[in-house]
Design a protein around this ligand. Structure first.
Ligand code: NAP
Ligand code: GCO
Length: 266
């Protein structure tokens, strides 16, 4: 097998919400494989911060301000990227939020906000890039799903509903556009140490680890939280020609947590 099929040389990758966190780690991995990196964030200050971080890593990225829930803004973003950088070959729908509120205390507006960012936005951005991918004769779409695409837990009703829907949107894009040589897959990270999960890892007043931190360690065969960098290799694989016959799949990068009943308390 020719290992060049894992290369992203000559490819343009848009990673949404990639000023930091998982998105940035995936972008850095794709840059290392040769891709040109384009990213967006809601605030200019975060885009600037992201650009500086990419430059420090030796990556000349292209950063844009765009709220992925705004369809007009997304269409303008894609047109601007095509004019200034080139046609997008790889889309990573990474931008996402979570609200940890017991369902009966969550307002409908809060529920809709999570659905808007975590499910409606991946639809909007994928819809904006697919036509040019069809014209180009190929495309890769990677939706950042979650263990909550498969499992529920207290306080994350909106997030689980969105990520479950994102798994099915992934399968539907696969079904509808596979004939145009567009592969749409998901990555389902386990529990990853990023700002989004920082509240679950806070050291307690008595100096002990957060109960949820201890719970995840006991539930994960790898006995550790994931690092954002753990997602870069799987993302490069799904963005490369090496995965041209992989479609509609969610690749769980979770240290084995979904396969494991959990360690018996001592
Ligand atoms: P994060 O640290 O909270 O970063 C999320 C990024 O998305 C931020 O850059 C954020 O920008 C951006 N964003 C949020 N709303 C946006 C919008 N409307 N338009 C544009 N950008 C927006 O999260 P993360 O941990 O890196 O997670 C990234 C993705 O992985 C998310 O989809 C998350 O659901 C998923 N995930 C995370 C974990 C985990 O354990 N961390 C596990 C499974 C899946 P601002 O800072 O400006 O809001
Ligand atoms: C939570 C966490 C999870 C992770 C991730 C797990 O509150 O349970 O934030 O939702 O972010 O999605 O795969």
């Amino acid at each position: 097998m020719d290992m060049s099929s894992f290369s992203l040389e000559g490819k343009i990758a848009l990673i949404t919400g990639a000023s930091y966190g998982i998105g940035m780690a995936i972008a850095k991995g794709m840059a290392a494989a040769g891709a040109t990196i384009v990213f967006n964030d809601i605030k200019q200050e975060l885009v600037d911060k992201g650009l500086a971080a990419y430059e420090e890593a030796g990556i000349k990225a292209h950063g844009y301000v765009c709220d992925v829930t705004n369809e007009d803004a997304v269409n303008e973003l894609v047109a601007k990227i095509e004019a200034e950088v080139g046609v997008i070959d790889i889309l990573v729908n990474n931008a996402g939020i979570i609200k940890r509120i017991p369902m009966c205390e969550m307002t409908a507006a809060q529920f809709r906000q999570v659905i808007d960012v975590d499910l409606n936005a991946p639809f909007i951005v994928a819809k904006a890039v697919i036509p040019s991918m069809i014209k180009k004769g190929h495309g890769k779409i990677i939706n950042i799903c979650s263990m909550m695409s498969e499992l529920g837990r207290e306080t994350v009703s909106a997030y689980a509903a969105a990520k479950g829907g994102l798994k099915m949107l992934t399968r539907n894009i696969c079904s509808e556009y596979g004939e145009y040589n567009i592969q749409c897959n998901g990555i389902g990270p386990g529990y990853i140490a990023t700002p989004q999960t920082a509240p679950l890892r806070e050291i307690q007043p008595d100096g002990s680890r957060h109960p949820f931190d201890q719970f995840i360690i006991a539930k994960t065969p790898a006995a550790r939280w994931g690092e954002a960098e753990d997602l870069a290799g799987p993302a490069v694989f799904l963005a490369s020609d090496a995965s041209n016959f992989v479609n509609g799949h969610v690749l769980y990068v979770d240290g084995g947590i979904l396969a494991y009943i959990g360690k018996q308390p001592q």
